[in-house]
Design a protein around this ligand. Structure first.
Ligand code: FAD
Ligand code: UDP
Length: 401
């Protein structure tokens, strides 16, 4: 018999929330195995060599409309009020137009999501205002419209706006990010960044938005700091786990308590049906001897440059550190499974979902095994969505008792 009542694999949002609930609300002794040398999964942050608080695996901004999620996480962190704003930085191709943003070196800027101010930057004050009104009239009951929806509009002027936004915001960025056009990827992905029928410049419109006051990592440390939770870092669970004939073994012993697995589903079953496709990212960090590099937390390079976006962390974290700043460029490419690569984004389409379904069906043969998380469920979850899923799963597990 194991010393533990529950096993959690992975110490990101899915694993940490589940472990805390099983220990605190279920009175279980929980073992958490995490392959990386730290907790937090992809939300992990830490100071870099220059002392700038960075997000090692890409910029993370918390936002949610889910009160339960916000309240739950708020037990482990205070929040810095922060509303993310993003601008597009692109080559200026219309010298007649006076953009809203400042122009430098033949480039210009407008808010992303593309909104009524972006419209003026693109088409000029007067024409932009007229076209903006036209959009408002065309979609009177909506506060936003997706680019794919806008492209269906038969009105020639609206079609021209759609072409502009498609060409200047979506097509090149999406090709860089996914290696595919907006039509080829899951429509829910581009719908994350709609065209806004307002001047709201915020990237997210959720009721609760912010950054953990001391960073994400301390929030995870507090969540996992419970007398009935043991966290082992640098431990690959797959070296200790055996799955056969509907039964789970840990270190060679039968394990009958709940097993919550938050890693890749294909890897759990030795890629039996073939690997699930993912996109990975390369991050280019640069520390610069100046107070500030850019005007916004994130600047999207929507038309040119090999990277998709540059994030300057000090805008997000509010860290005051004169004379030094760290920025990060994101380069996306296909995940190959090579040593050290991280599968960041599931590539959601019917074929890949069907392949995932085979792994899910296999997992269902193990009554005490639960797949949870962005990797394990092959989903494009934000931090709040996976927190909600972890709360729901543990609700069900705790109810059963
Ligand atoms: P993960 O964070 O991936 O955690 C899984 C953990 O399991 C990892 O630590 C991994 O090492 C561990 N693991 C896997 N296999 C094993 C094994 N065999 N043994 C032991 N451990 C194992 N969301 C937002 O809400 N806002 C944002 O601004 C935002 N920005 C993002 C930017 C980028 C570039 C990316 C990639 C994601 C972003 N997200 C954002 C999404 C966010 O990262 C996820 O919602 C969240 O990290 C999912 O948590 P998780 O626990 O499912 O997965
Ligand atoms: N997108 C785009 N241009 C942008 C921003 C986003 O084409 O300036 C598209 C792109 O396909 C991207 C998707 O919208 O993958 C979702 O963007 P989001 O910023 O939500 O992506 P994430 O932060 O999850 O990488």
């Amino acid at each position: 018999m194991s010393r533990y009542d529950a096993l959690v694999i992975g110490a990101g949002y899915a694993g940490a929330v589940a472990a805390r609930r099983l220990a605190e609300d279920g009175g279980k002794k929980v073992l958490v195995l995490e392959r990386r040398p730290h907790v937090g999964g992809n939300a992990y942050d830490c100071p870099d060599k220059a002392g700038v608080l960075i997000h090692q695996y890409g910029p993370h901004i918390f936002h949610t409309n889910d009160r339960r999620v916000f309240d739950y996480l708020s037990r482990f962190t205070g929040w810095r009020r922060y509303q993310h704003r993003v601008i597009a930085n692109l080559p200026r191709d219309n010298p007649e137009v006076i953009p809203v943003g400042k122009t430098t070196d033949g480039r210009f800027f407008f808010p992303v999501p593309f909104n009524l101010d972006s419209m003026k930057a693109a088409f000029g004050e007067k024409e932009g205002a007229r076209l903006g009104q036209k959009l408002l009239d065309a979609y009177p009951a909506q506060s936003q419209v997706t680019i794919l929806e806008l492209r269906q509009n038969p009105d020639p002027e609206i079609a021209a706006i759609a072409d502009y936004v498609y060409g200047h915001v979506f097509v090149h960025y999406t090709m860089k990010q996914w290696g595919q056009t907006p039509e080829e990827i899951d429509p829910a992905t581009t719908a994350r960044v709609p065209v806004r029928l307002s001047t709201d410049p915020r990237y997210f419109q959720d009721a609760y938005q912010g950054m953990p006051l001391e960073g994400y990592t301390p929030m995870f440390q507090r969540m996992l700091d419970h007398p009935d939770i043991t966290v082992e870092l640098g431990r690959d669970a797959l070296e200790r786990l055996e799955l056969a004939d509907g039964a789970v073994k840990l270190d060679g012993e039968p394990f009958t308590g709940p097993v919550i697995y938050t890693g890749q589903a294909d890897e759990l079953f030795s890629f039996r049906f073939g690997p699930l496709p993912y996109r990975t990212l390369d991050f280019g960090f640069e520390t610069l001897e100046r107070d500030c590099f850019q005007t916004h937390g994130t600047v999207n390079y929507t038309v040119d440059e090999p990277y998709t976006r540059i994030t300057e962390f000090k805008h997000l974290t509010g860290q005051i550190l004169p004379g030094i700043t760290t920025i990060m460029k994101e380069y996306s490419r296909a995940y190959t499974g090579a040593e050290g690569e991280i599968p960041y984004y599931a590539i959601i389409n019917p074929e890949n979902n069907a392949l995932y379904g085979k792994y899910k069906a296999l997992a269902e043969q193990y009554p005490n095994l639960h797949l949870l998380g962005r990797l394990a469920e092959y989903k494009y979850y934000n931090m709040d969505a996976i927190t909600a899923k972890a709360l729901e799963l543990t609700d069900r597990l705790l109810e059963k008792e």
